[in-house]
Design a protein around this ligand. Structure first.
Ligand code: ATP
Ligand code: MG
Length: 755
């Protein structure tokens, strides 16, 4: 362990309140304080202090951060404070990352293999669509996306299907949502996969299950100190998980700010922070009031806005850094002129010597980014887009990821299905149905089903050839995992599978960009130690994609993603009713939604150290149609003394606090999310047909898990070859002499006895 530094020099830069929170390492501690008061700094310093005073080894501290990036920064800072202490093996990361790591160790306790896949929201919806369609649920009336949300909210509350009563389940899909949830969980288990919510849900089940109480006890012994940043945005499942783990040492320190709770729409419970004292008896509560981040004007503006919320604890914040520059408020004609104005301001800042790294544009909704991206490209200003899986959501990237997933994990049916005919291999829907039917019949994965069927005469020779080439390629690639660097392997896969060739032959204007994206991805893989580590990263957060490799670049980020970050100069565009506050948030949850939007405004303003620029437009174009907009009520809540209104087209007078309900039409959605076109509802077509035609009967037989026993000489009927007699049996493969005189090798799941 690192040699003890008696002076703890890094403590000197803290104020007394911060220092008291750092030094109180035993027992529960809550730091409840406003933006920029040094909460994250307290956590970082506390980590260093615990290590430095030999109270624990790195592996004995569990620290939860809000993003992977924040975890990385914290590691680097602690390491630097302690003179370069190695950071390997630390339990420092997001709830998702920490739980994924734990679950890999104990996967078998919940019926998974340790190499389970983590599926993303897109796959989640695809899977739900299949299951709902198979259950004859009208997807137009009951969208799979909504089902996904309901299930997610249950998981946020740590509710497994057995913990939900039919009466609490609601009437989605005519009251069948609970069944869907059950089927969905079973299906995930069958394909050895988890969604994000499962990571923590499974761990909680393992911890709570008396049959494996040694697991929790082991973690109690291991984790002597627990720390959590952004505690105001934990959901119930995360809270339960923390409480279970904290039963060990009770040395838990959480930091947060009730005014920055902005994930209520995703199940966060600000109540968790408010009842900390009750949950952790004898907790020491530390309040920090001095803001070290922002100028007086910025702080005054943020405080004035948040003061309009009724439901808050209320805090005092002060700064001794002087008032600084006033916030600039600007009204413009439309989105393009807003982007032009922001571009001009950025150039002015550059002339004043500001680096691009110290400039950020914080948007409410993802769609706002495009006009800024285009403007910045036109001006030749480097930028990076942070916050959201946009890059990895692109179709070509998802295809490449699917190849990698099948390579590492052949049971990943969703991934395999995605690329089985990409590039085109002549494998049509009927073949896929048949493969799935066999997989189901024999209780095996799609991949295994393909391998089996390639040894039979079920498939047309061309299809069989294509599939058998594909499976042997996968087997070959799998063998290369241990041998070849994983980025080279990925490049190989894209080449050998014909995927690159498909894009090269594609005349569509996007095709070249797609190849570029794949190259970007392969280049980015180098950063990871292994293929698994890369896939895990992608599945987990997908946060930081840089456009180009510019080290100095403007940051484009959503307000939600900007939590905890700080920049000298912050642009806050699109402050219009309906966009911000978002109409959807207000429609869905009324005053509660509005207050959450206002907290988001508070988060936005308090990201700025020196300058903030707020803008709104009169005409906003959204999804092809124009909307007349009026300035956000939040603009009206800014205090006159802290604001400089750049007059333009009379907007100064229009700063108003009225809310006009004509501001409809803005999505202001919390998330984007594309759905993929490939695949379709395979399950629907796999439903046994109620038809006595022999080909259909064989199909029905495929849905039975263990088929009947067969014997030589038995008369059978096959779904497409007709009647015949079994002459040889090799496990699930049967040689049959058909009545037309031909002998064929077929799968047992496709025949029925007619003896
Ligand atoms: P947020 O609520 O936005 O997450 P926070 O409370 O976590 O903010 P930090 O990010 O830890 O605040 O700190 C804000 C800024 O103030 C950082 O740049 C940090 O380095 C600086 N800072 C914090 N405490 C001190 C201090 N005692 N002396 C000087 N600078 C400080
Ligand atoms: Mg912070």
């Amino acid at each position: 362990m690192h040699a003890q530094t008696q002076s703890h020099h890094y403590l000197d830069s803290l104020n007394n309140a911060q220092r008291s929170a750092v030094e109180a390492i035993n027992g529960p501690v809550l730091v409840l304080a406003g933006a920029g008061t040094g909460k994250t700094r307290v956590l970082t310093t506390r980590l260093a202090y615990i290590l430095d005073s030999n109270a624990a080894f790195p592996g004995q501290i569990l620290a939860v951060t809000f993003t992977n990036k924040a975890a990385q920064e914290m590691k680097e800072r602690v390491s630097a404070m302690l003179g370069g202490l190695p950071v390997d093996g630390w339990w420092l990361g997001t709830f998702h990352a920490l739980n994924a790591r734990m679950l890999r160790r104990h996967a078998e306790l919940v019926g998974l293999n340790s190499n389970f896949s983590i599926i993303d929201p897109d796959d989640q919806i695809r899977l739900l669509k299949q299951l709902m369609d198979a259950a004859n649920i009208d997807l137009k009336k009951w969208p799979a996306k909504v089902a996904a949300q309901i299930i997610e909210r249950w998981k946020d509350q740590a509710l497994t299907p057995s913990q939900i009563s039919a009466s609490d389940a609601g009437d989605f899909a005519d009251g069948r949502i609970l069944d869907i949830y059950k089927t969905y969980q079973n299906r995930l288990r069958e394909i050895n996969a988890c969604d994000f919510g499962d990571l923590i849900l499974h761990m909680i089940s393992i911890f709570k299950d008396a049959a494996n109480n040694d697991v929790l006890a082991e973690y109690h012994r291991q984790f002597r100190y627990i720390m959590v940043d952004e505690y105001q945005d934990t959901n119930i499942a995360q809270y339960l998980w923390l409480r279970l783990l904290a039963q060990g040492s009770a040395n838990i320190c959480c930091v947060g700010d009730d005014d920055q709770s902005i994930y209520g729409w995703r199940g966060a419970e600000v109540g968790n922070i408010l009842k900390f004292e009750k949950d952790f008896v004898g907790a020491k509560i530390v309040r920090l009031e001095q803001n070290y981040r922002s100028t007086g004007h910025i702080l005054a503006a943020a405080s004035a806005v948040i003061n309009h919320n009724e439901n808050r604890l209320g805090k005092t914040l002060w700064s001794d850094g002087g008032d600084g520059e006033k916030l600039v408020v600007k009204g413009l004609w439309d989105g393009d002129s807003e982007a032009r104005w922001v571009g001009e301001k950025i150039e002015e800042l550059q002339h004043k010597g500001q680096t691009l790294n110290q400039i950020a544009i914080l948007v409410r909704a993802g769609f706002q980014m495009r006009s800024f991206e285009e403007r910045l490209i036109a001006l030749g200003i480097h930028y990076r887009v942070i916050g959201g899986p946009r890059f990895y959501e692109r179709a070509e990237i998802r295809d490449a990821l699917a190849y990698l997933r099948v390579t590492t994990q052949p049971n990943d049916d969703l991934a395999f299905e995605r690329i089985i005919n990409l590039p085109k291999r002549g494998i049509g829907k009927a073949t896929i149905e048949m493969l799935y039917a066999h997989a189901r019949g024999a209780g095996i994965s799609l991949f295994q089903a393909v391998c089996d069927m390639c040894e039979s005469d079920e498939l047309r020779p061309k299809v069989r050839e294509a599939l058998s080439q594909l499976t042997s390629q996968f087997i070959g690639w799998r063998e290369q995992i241990a041998i070849m660097p994983h980025n080279e392997l990925c490049a190989c896969i894209l080449e050998e599978s014909g995927y690159n060739a498909m894009l090269k032959a594609d005349k569509a204007p996007e095709a070249a960009g797609r190849l570029e994206n794949l190259k970007e991805m392969v280049a980015g893989m180098e950063e990871y130690d292994s293929l698994e580590a890369f896939l895990e990263h992608v599945a987990l957060v997908l946060e930081n994609r840089e456009k180009g490799n510019a080290s100095d670049a403007v940051t484009l980020i959503t307000l939600h993603g900007a939590k905890g970050l700080e920049y000298d100069n912050v642009f806050l565009p699109g402050w219009e009713e309906g966009l911000f506050p978002s109409q959807r948030a207000m429609d869905e949850t009324g005053l509660k939604g509005l207050e959450e939007e206002r907290r988001l405004a508070y988060v936005g303003i308090t990201r700025a150290r020196k300058r903030a620029f707020i803008s709104f437009v009169a005409n906003r174009q959204m999804y092809g149609s124009w909307v007349n907009a009026i300035p956000s009520r939040f603009v009206g809540e800014l205090p006159d003394g802290a604001v400089l209104t750049e007059s333009d087209m009379g907007f100064a007078e229009r700063r108003s606090s009225h809310w006009d309900s004509s501001g409809h039409g803005y999505g202001g959605g919390h998330s984007g999310g594309q759905t993929s076109n490939f695949g379709g509802n395979i399950y629907a077509r796999r439903r046994p047909a109620h038809n006595s035609h022999p080909t259909q009967r064989g199909f029905a037989a495929a849905n039975k898990v263990a088929g009947p026993e067969y014997r030589r000489g038995q008369r059978v009927v096959h779904r497409s070859f007709g009647e015949g007699e079994i002459i040889y049996i090799d496990g699930q493969k049967l040689d049959i002499l058909f009545d037309d005189g031909q002998t064929k090798r077929v799968m047992a799941s496709f025949i029925e006895s007619i003896d």
